[in-house]
Design a protein around this ligand. Structure first.
Ligand code: HSE
Length: 314
């Protein structure tokens, strides 16, 4: 079978960390996403032909661009016998903490995969997309890449040989995602983090991650509520996000099960039951508004599928 001449893929935004799973846990946010078109080219390597949408200043040199670097890694590994031209349409605000760089990398490898005579499994694409994400964030982490690629709430174990597990979403659970109109670079939000972790905090965070995941598997809302706390990363980053404490407090007062930073921030997310979600969303937005910060906000069910090809030409 011969691969497509041109293919366009969509990859959703995502919330990384999910409070308790720094760099390993994330969920897809279908309401936003990036689109990338890939075309076969005679010239070897990867060329970025266009960047559009809410792009801001993104590098056009493939090796410096998350989508470009991801497809370069793919070509280096697979030697498909043709080059690839990319056209990137950004639908996720830069520096929002909503996995924009991951979505570009994921959409790019998903589109380029459709060009291959023998397309690869998603688990292999994850490794190429990770190389792209590393260009933007300066580190290899998978908590945005994996949900953007696979959809749903996803735990990833391992970097060289990653294993991906889709975690069940508790019945009636919604995520409230509130994006303040502010910019925060992931590299900056990673640079503030201490390299060492206090032993007591390590124990606490381990318990929270285990409690949270087991709570999702068993529909145990009390366990999820009790374990929905990031005791290591959030305390170090919250000063980077104006109004964080107020927004979190407002969400919890409106009966959220938990509330934390989305990825590196400044977006903040909460989990709430369907019956409370609209109230939690309004409360979080009002807390930002009280500090004259404008927001966009969504309530999502977290069950969205991951990246997929939406158009292709044979
Ligand atoms: N896990 C990453 C972080 C997500 O918190 O730095 C940002 O890309």
């Amino acid at each position: 079978m011969s691969g497509a001449r041109r293919a366009t893929a969509f990859a959703p935004a995502s919330v990384g960390n999910v409070a308790v799973g720094f760099d390993i846990l994330g969920f897809a946010v279908e309401t936003l996403g990036d689109r990338v078109s890939a075309s076969r080219a005679a010239a070897p390597g990867v060329a970025i032909k266009a960047i559009s949408g809410i792009a801001g200043e993104l590098p056009i040199i493939a090796a410096q661009n998350t989508a470009g670097r991801a497809v370069e890694a793919m070509i280096e590994a697979l030697s498909p016998g043709f080059g690839v031209e990319l056209r990137i349409e950004k639908g996720i605000p830069l520096g929002s903490g909503l996995g924009g760089s991951a979505a570009s990398a994921v959409a790019a490898v998903a589109a380029a995969n459709a060009l291959l005579d023998a397309p690869r499994e998603k688990i292999e694409l994850l490794k190429y997309a990770m190389q792209g994400e590393a260009v933007a964030s300066g580190s290899l982490h998978v908590d945005n890449i994996a949900p953007s690629l696979f959809g749903g709430l996803v735990l990833t174990v391992g970097i060289d040989h990653p294993r991906v597990k889709q975690i069940p979403i508790p019945t009636g659970m919604r995520a409230v995602v509130v994006h303040p109109h502010l910019y925060l670079a992931t590299k900056e939000a990673r640079a503030v983090l201490n390299r060492k972790v206090d032993l007591a905090d390590f124990v606490w965070q381990s318990a929270n991650l285990a409690g949270f995941i087991s709570g999702c598997y068993t529909n145990d809302l009390d366990m999820i509520r009790a374990s929905f706390e990031d005791v290591i990363i959030e305390p170090q980053r919250q000063s980077l996000i104006p109004a964080f404490a107020d927004v979190r407090g407002a969400a919890m007062a409106a009966n959220a099960l938990g509330c934390s930073i989305s990825g590196a921030g400044p977006t903040i997310f909460a989990w709430a039951l369907e019956s409370d979600a609209a109230r939690v969303r309004a409360a979080m937005r009002a807390a930002f508004a009280a500090k004259t910060i404008e927001t966009d906000a969504w309530v999502i069910d977290m069950t969205a599928p991951g990246a997929r090809v939406i158009d292709q030409a044979p």
